[in-house]
Design a protein around this ligand. Structure first.
Ligand code: G
Ligand code: G
Ligand code: MN
Ligand code: NA
Length: 249
């Protein structure tokens, strides 16, 4: 009961704050999008999602939190539209818990409609592991979302679940290569082969590839040489408050 009161109150007190991490086009370093990542800020201390999302996935609160995040993202986009800013899509993370609700896609649609945001300004990131435990529900949600015109991406691709065979059924625009591929500056020959092969496979499947967790110029140079489309990582920017992100557009 205590944690329940705490999280409900935290939501009311607006202790959950959306940060944005830039995504860049690898060929000219231009800004092409952002990922929304939530932080819990209590008494000036930033709590990272790894410390609370798993708890909220177990107790169900992640549904409320995610819809709070999705609404914040709608408000951000609405404001950019109003101000005539250059618009870039923002991606949001989809917890596996949502797939237990067959109204999930309708709920997202209603929310986005109520703000009058074009669907293509939102991209839903479905983590690879969802497809292992909840294959049919995940594929169905992905097709419905994409059918409506939302962007869809597969997050943490290659992190450890065998999703290669499922790729043929996935209606995805973007594959986000897991940051584990970029854990050190000098990528091993084997890692380079795997990464470049995934990129070439994705291209033939008409999917774009974004590499996550890019931290060094060497990695970025390599990725450009194997025609990876986009990147996200500390080399470009950490996740930052919305006000700071707006200075980039
Ligand atoms: O910065 P990072 O520590 O922000 O995020 C850690 C993990 O938490 C990532 O796997 C990310 O997908 C997840 N995460 C971050 N923000 C959200 C969110 O708003 N909703 C959900 N469901 N997961 C999130
Ligand atoms: O949703 P997802 O699991 O992809 O969340 C991205 C996670 O990766 C977040 O925790 C984010 O803070 C983190 N991240 C983003 N860029 C980098 C990076 O360059 N290096 C590392 N180690 N982590 C990163
Ligand atoms: Mn993500
Ligand atoms: Na990821």
């Amino acid at each position: 009961a205590e944690i329940n009161n705490t999280m409900e109150q935290a939501l009311k007190d607006r202790e959950f704050v959306v940060y944005l991490q830039p995504k860049v086009n690898l060929h000219d370093n231009s800004l092409v999008g952002a990922e929304a990542l939530v932080r819990w800020i209590r008494d000036g201390i930033i709590i990272m999602p790894g410390d609370f999302i798993p708890i909220f996935e177990n107790n169900g609160f992640v549904v409320n939190l995610d819809f709070f995040v999705y609404e914040e993202v709608c408000k951000i986009l609405k404001e950019w539209m109003k101000q005539g800013k250059k618009l870039v899509p923002i991606s949001i993370n989809v917890s596996r818990v949502h797939l237990h609700d067959e109204k999930f896609v309708d709920n997202i649609k209603s929310l986005v409609d109520s703000y009058g945001i074009p669907y293509n300004l939102l991209e839903l990131e479905l983590t690879e592991s969802i497809f292992l435990s909840n294959t049919e529900a995940a594929l169905t949600a992905m097709r419905q979302l994409r059918g409506l015109g939302f962007g869809v991406s597969i997050d943490d691709f290659g992190a450890g679940y065998s999703s290669l065979n499922l790729l043929k059924d996935m209606a995805t625009d973007v594959i986000k290569l897991d940051k584990e591929f970029f854990g050190h500056d000098n990528m091993q020959r084997e890692e380079q082969i795997i990464v470049s092969s995934i990129i070439s496979m994705a291209k033939q499947l008409n999917m774009k590839v974004l590499s996550e967790g890019v931290e060094t110029q060497n990695q970025s140079d390599f990725l450009r040489s194997v025609r990876c489309d986009m990147a996200q990582g500390y080399l470009y920017s950490r996740p930052i408050p919305v006000g700071d992100f707006e200075k980039l557009i």
